[in-house]
Write a new protein. Structure first.
Length: 303
């Protein structure tokens, strides 16, 4: 699937999921809830300020049954109630509403009620960029601050499984650095080369992994050819594996604010799909993230 409309159409053909939303009292969040229900891809359990949720729902034409809304005294309590609903299998997916990422993730990682699996959790932001013939997936722009090589290997496996859920059976993954050559003084280039070799040796499977790449020769065939960078990933990357959270966060926001890209975002590696978008992201971005979570949930059930 190369567009969010294709992902949304695919989600419409699958069984709907139940999404537990933490701190749902927000216009953009509830507009996404309304649109997802209209598309028939999800049902919802909403946790947060009950009066405010109902007030916003009335303003935007979202009809809610009493059992769909649970009052929480704080956003932290809302996050714990949402993750408990998923843990108890009353919901299939957890979604971040108007709550800080740190509070949301604290609930996801809660030792008793959270969604830990023993794997490294990682974040993917998927972008539909004007002028590109494919979705571009950026990982990890939100969770892992300065991942080690073993952590990058797990992040890579997470994104491979995610791409498979979208129907891309052999994604092209570019491990990014500032330059496209190995420099012993630049750890990102050493890690990228190691990941590439791990892929060649069969330690990382289900994708083509190469690097290091600079951003230009990872996504532009013209740039790759001009610089003499070759291989099946060069200029054709589906996935941009960033070296650290600073690079990923800047790239994420550049895509949204400079490139005007459409976006969807998830946390990977948890016991259930977790929707993690920025509080500033649009209702459309949150809807696309819900659709991605539907595909992820279906893929997990079929594995």
């Amino acid at each position: 699937m190369t567009t969010f409309e294709q992902i949304l159409k695919r989600a419409e053909s699958l069984p709907s999921v139940t999404v537990a939303v933490a701190a749902a009292a927000d216009h953009e969040v509830l507009e996404a809830v309304r649109d997802a229900k209209q598309h028939g891809i999800a049902q919802f359990l909403l946790f947060g300020d009950q009066d405010k949720i109902k007030e916003i729902a009335a303003e935007i034409g979202l009809e809610l049954a009493e059992e769909e809304v649970t009052h929480a005294k704080s956003v932290q309590e809302a996050a714990l109630l949402a993750v408990t609903a998923v843990k108890e299998r009353r919901a299939d997916v957890m979604m971040k509403g108007m709550v800080q990422t740190s509070d949301f993730l604290r609930a996801v990682l809660n030792k008793e009620k959270g969604l830990r699996t023993g794997k490294v959790l990682s974040h993917v932001a998927s972008f539909e960029v004007p002028g590109f013939d494919r979705l571009i997936h950026v990982t990890d722009p939100a969770l892992n601050v300065a991942p080690t090589l073993p952590e990058k290997a797990q992040i890579t496996q997470n994104i491979i499984d995610f791409c498979h859920s979208l129907g891309n059976t052999e994604p092209k993954i570019a491990a990014l650095a500032a330059v496209e050559v190995v420099n012993p003084n630049m750890q990102a280039t050493l890690d990228a080369a190691a990941l590439s070799q791990m892929n060649r040796r069969g330690q990382i499977k289900g994708a083509l992994v190469d690097g290091p790449f600079a951003l230009d020769n990872a996504i532009s065939l013209e740039s790759a050819e001009h610089k003499g960078v070759t291989g099946p990933v060069a200029g054709q990357a589906d996935v941009l594996l960033v070296p650290d959270i600073e690079a990923g966060n800047i790239l994420y926001k550049s895509m949204v604010y400079f490139a005007k890209a459409k976006i969807g975002a998830l946390v990977l590696g948890a016991a259930a799909p977790v929707i993690l978008t920025s509080r500033a992201d649009s209702a459309e971005a949150k809807l696309y993230s819900i659709a991605m979570a539907v595909l992820q949930a279906d893929y997990t059930k079929r594995r």
